[in-house]
Design a protein around this ligand. Sequence first.
Ligand code: MN
Length: 247
Amino acid sequence: MNPPPPTVIHLKAVMSDFVFPPAPQASGAVAGSEARFPIRRVFCVGRNYEAHAREMGNDPDREPPFFFMKPADAVVAASGTVPYPPLTDDLHHEVEMVVAIGTGGANLSAHQALEHVWGYAVGVDLTRRDLQAVAKKMGRPWDWAKGFDASAPCGPIVPVGVTGHPRAGSVSLTVNGDPRQQGDLEELIWPVADVIAYISQSVALAPGDLIFTGTPAGVGALQPGDRVGATVSGVGSISFTMGQRPA
Ligand code: MN
């Protein structure tokens, strides 16, 4: 007797199988290339710099890393104008180094984790801090504070062959030219290899996953029309303008 066919038939669906056309594949620019990096999921690390954990009122001592997610299509180019989200009077900037995963796997060891990195980018984890404060207070999820449309402006992904694996270097953000955030990758509580290993214990990582690695101290509010500049030394620089508040 033949075994039943594997339930992977949906992977072979053609356009006419869908009840309406599926959304375009989320993707990001690749530095120095016309090619696009297909984005699968966006993982974000909470409190990965001691000074930022303290400024948010937390004791960073030896807490294991924790994670939240944004939709893949929350990633937008960190250039031009980024739309200002609704429902907030306290939109915060969080500059972060972003890791782009090229090959997946579960239960990766920190020792082998970096072999799975395709490249690195500069990103900003935009956060509706007022909604997050309410969520924290009420013990609710952070999703509405973190996962709104265009909440993850991201610069071009630079292949690891160009960047290597940055372990130290400035992570900084300016607003209208004024310094706001300043940190260094060597201050990461959980370095990239550990972050990858931790995530892969919980979810099998897959090609196209992005990881926002956490933000240094100095987070603060953005106003409509603000010009945001951000740099991760050895990876790149981005700049964009916040759009107007939605009517
Ligand atoms: Mn963040």
